[in-house]
Design a protein around this ligand. Structure first.
Ligand code: AKG
Ligand code: FE2
Length: 225
């Protein structure tokens, strides 16, 4: 397990969050940016997620083609992702038009890519998946492969910390690197890691910043179709 980040073993900030740890690159093109979002941005994103979660086209349980259900609940922006494709309406839910992808979220994603790679980013991001992890929720190893572009994926984390498992492009199994993602962290994966397998084997309940009032974990994954 990576121990980047400014927290003790309980996950509680020991320095009020003033000290930011440097970026790490667990695989080529995969960059972890601890504390990328400051407290005000985390609040802004959390407030936005609370709005996006409301119906119509709100938070839903995703059913898999073979009959299982994802333990993570999800809402999409810009384009609606379902297993396995994208649509303009919630084809596997209430049928409502998907909520718009906000321009500012694209700017945030480009800023994270620039921070990760140290070069300008002009990607037109147009879709976000908002994943809510309640107690016990997890996400199995998978690839984000329903997009037509090779633009880097940008993920923002809020609330409880989690173990984010980052593997290879070849298969779901080892080798992998486990990275702890905490509230405010960004994770960018592009280039040779764009199609790497990744997942969330567990969250760390009770580690959300208390002032967020959030019980559980939120992840906002931004992509270009
Ligand atoms: O929750 C996360 O950090 C990862 C989410 C993810 O991999 C996805 O939505 O495809
Ligand atoms: Fe993913």
């Amino acid at each position: 397990m990576e121990t980047t980040g400014n927290t003790g073993s309980t996950g509680a900030p020991t320095d009020g969050g003033l000290f930011r740890f440097p970026a790490t690159e667990p695989a080529p093109g995969a960059v972890h940016l601890p504390g990328h979002l400051g407290p005000a941005e985390q609040r802004e994103l959390l407030d936005a997620c609370r709005g996006w979660a409301r119906p119509p086209a709100g938070l839903r349980t995703v059913r898999m083609p073979r009959g299982g259900e994802m333990s993570v609940r999800q809402v999409c922006l810009g384009w609606h992702w379902y297993p396995y494709g994208y649509a303009r309406t919630v084809v596997d839910g209430d049928g409502a038009p998907v909520k718009p992808f906000p321009r500012w979220l694209g700017e945030w994603a480009r800023r994270a890519v620039e921070a990760a790679y140290g070069e300008p980013c002009d990607v037109r991001y147009d879709v976000a998946l908002v994943n809510f992890y309640g107690a016990g929720a997890r996400m199995g190893m998978h690839r984000d492969e329903d997009e037509r572009t090779d633009a880097p994926v940008v993920s923002f984390s809020l609330g409880d910390a989690c173990v984010f498992r980052f593997g290879t492009t070849e298969g779901r199994g080892r080798p992998w690197r486990d990275v702890e993602l905490r509230s405010g962290d960004a994770f960018v994966f592009g280039g040779p890691s764009r199609l790497a397998h990744h997942g969330v084997p567990r969250t760390l309940p009770g580690t959300a910043p208390p002032e967020s009032g959030l019980r559980g974990r939120l992840n906002v994954t931004v992509r270009a179709l």
